[in-house]
Design a protein around this ligand. Structure first.
Ligand code: RAT
Ligand code: ZN
Length: 413
C-alpha cells in the first residue's frame, strides 16, 4: 500500500502506536530485584526530577524533607507542584500522562484514589500493564556490580524476566578507582590503585565475569564534562587497557554518557546533579583509535549535540542515542531529533527513557513518540513533495529501526 500526503498522518500514527520499543537505557529493575523495582504513585511523585522542582517553591529544609517517608514526601510534592500551581514542566506533565493512561481520573486530583489503585495490583501485574500501555517490549536496566543489594540478587537468582536485559554500569570503577579497588577485593579480585599488569588482568577478569553473569548487552559509564580520553590518567587507562579489550572480546559496545556534573548541590541528593559541556575530542579519539570497538554515545549538554551528530558521520563504530535527562524536554527533543535526522538519516537512536519508576515508561514514550512522529511527518512530507514513493511497509520498517532495530543491529554487528 502506498502512503501519500493524504494518509501519511494516519499511517504514521498507526505505526507509532504499533511499534515494539526497545528502551536502551533505564534505571528500572526486573521484578526479581524486589524493592529495587520502583513503582506506584508515591515513587512517581518523588522522582528526583520532581524533587528538584519542589525545592524551587518550598521553604522546607532539605534534611527535613528527606527524613520523611515516601508517602509524606509525595504529599508535599503533590501539593506544591500540582495543587498550588499548574504542573507545567515536562516531569510534572509526565505524572498526569501516566496516571491518565492508567485510567485514573486526573481531573479529580484525588491522590488517595490513585494510591488505592496501585494497592490493588501486584508488581508483576503492574509491569505487564505498563509494558502493554507503553509499547515497550524490552527494557535495558542499569546494573551496578558495586552495589551490594543488587549484587546479592544476581548471586542468588538464576532467571530474570526476559523482557528486562542487563547492562554493566562501571561508574564507580572510572570515577573512584581507589574505592572500586576495595569493593573488587571484597569480591575476590585483587586490583590495586597503581594499576600494574596484575591489576589490569584482575579488572578485566572482574568485567568479563560480571558481563557474563548479567548477560550484559553493553558496558556503560556516565562521565563528567571534563572527560578526556588517552591522557594517561587512571580513568583513561582503565578504559583503554581494561574496558575496551573486554568489550572487543565479548563484542559488546561501550556506552559513554558524557556531561554529568555530579553533586553541584549535594543536599539535593540524587536531584543535586547538573550538566556541563563535554569535549567531543574524547569521542573522536576513542572511535578512531579503536575501530574494532563499538561505542554508544549520548551527551548531556545541548551545546554538544551538533558536533556529536557530525562525529557519528565519521565513525561507523559510533551510534548516538537519546536525549538524555535535562534534554528530555519536548522542545529540545524535537530540535535534536530534526538535526540528527537531517545529518544522519535514520542512523541513530532518538530516545531512551531513563525511567526509574515503572509507569514513567508510559509518559516518556508517549511524549517521545509525539515528537519523533512530528519530525517524521515533516521529513516524509518533504520526500513525497519530491515525488518519492513510500510504501506502508517502508514506513513501518523505518519506525521500527528508530525505536529498536538500530540498537539490535549495532549489538549484533
Ligand atoms: O536521568 C537520571 O535519572 C539521572 O539521575 C542519571 O541517572 C542518569 O540518567 C545516569 O544514568 O547517570
Ligand atoms: Zn540514566
Amino acid at each position: 500500500m502506498l502512503v501519500n500526503s493524504g494518509n501519511l498522518r494516519e499511517a504514521l500514527r498507526e505505526e507509532l502506536a504499533a511499534v515494539k520499543i526497545t528502551d536502551i537505557h533505564t534505571h528500572l529493575f526486573a521484578p526479581e530485584f524486589g524493592d529495587l523495582c520502583l513503582w506506584g504513585v508515591d515513587e512517581l511523585l518523588t522522582y528526583h526530577y520532581l524533587v528538584a522542582e519542589f525545592f524551587r517553591w518550598t521553604r522546607m529544609g532539605y534534611g527535613e524533607f528527606f527524613s520523611l517517608g515516601k508517602g509524606a514526601q509525595a504529599d508535599l510534592t503533590w501539593e506544591e507542584l500540582f495543587l498550588n500551581r499548574s504542573p507545567m514542566s515536562e516531569a510534572q506533565r509526565g505524572v498526569l500522562t501516566a496516571l491518565n493512561a492508567l485510567g485514573l481520573d486526573v481531573g479529580a486530583r484525588d491522590l488517595k484514589a490513585y494510591r488505592a489503585f496501585f494497592d490493588g495490583l501486584s508488581r508483576e501485574e503492574f509491569i505487564d500493564l505498563v509494558l502493554e500501555l507503553s509499547g515497550v517490549e524490552c527494557v535495558v536496566m542499569t546494573n551496578d556490580p558495586f552495589d551490594l543489594v543488587e549484587r546479592k540478587v544476581w548471586e542468588s537468582t538464576t532467571t530474570i524476566d526476559s523482557r528486562f536485559r542487563g547492562a554493566l554500569r562501571v561508574d564507580v570503577l572510572l570515577n573512584d578507582f581507589p574505592h572500586a579497588c576495595r569493593l573488587m577485593l571484597e569480591q575476590g579480585y585483587e586490583a590495586e590503585e597503581s594499576l600494574g599488569p596484575k591489576s589490569i588482568g584482575e579488572v578485566q577478569r572482574f568485567l568479563r565475569e560480571w558481563l557474563e553473569r548479567i548477560s550484559g548487552l553493553y558496558l556503560a559509564a556516565s562521565l563528567p564534562a571534563g572527560f578526556r580520553a588517552g591522557d594517561g590518567s587512571v580513568r583513561a587507562r582503565l578504559i583503554e587497557e581494561c574496558i575496551l579489550p573486554v568489550c572487543e572480546e565479548a563484542n559488546v559496545p561501550l556506552a559513554l554518557m558524557i556531561g554529568a556534573k555530579r553533586q553541584v548541590n549535594p543536599k539535593l541528593r540524587l536531584a543535586g546533579d547538573s550538566v556541563g559541556k563535554g569535549d567531543i575530542a574524547a569521542v573522536e579519539y576513542l572511535c578512531a583509535r579503536y575501530p574494532q570497538n563499538k561505542f554508544l554515545v549520548t551527551m548531556l549538554s545541548r551545546e554538544n549535540q551538533h558536533e556529536l551528530a557530525i562525529t557519528a558521520r565519521k565513525f561507523p563504530n559510533l551510534l548516538i542515542f537519546g536525549c538524555w535527562w535535562f534534554l528530555n524536554n519536548p522542545s529540545l527533543v524535537e530540535e535534536i531529533t530534526r538535526m540528527r535526522m537531517e545529518t544522519l538519516g535514520l542512523a541513530f537512536i532518538p530516545q531512551h527513557s531513563d525511567a526509574r519508576v515503572v509507569e514513567q515508561l508510559i509518559y516518556k514514550w508517549k511524549h517521545a513518540k509525539e515528537v519523533v512522529g512530528k519530525v517524521l511527518y515533516d521529513k516524509y512530507s518533504d520526500l513525497l513533495a519530491a515525488n518519492w514513493t513510500l510504501t506502508r511497509e517502508e514506513l513501518a520498517r523505518d519506525v521500527q529501526a528508530l525505536f529498536g532495530g538500530n540498537f539490535w543491529r549495532f549489538i549484533k554487528k
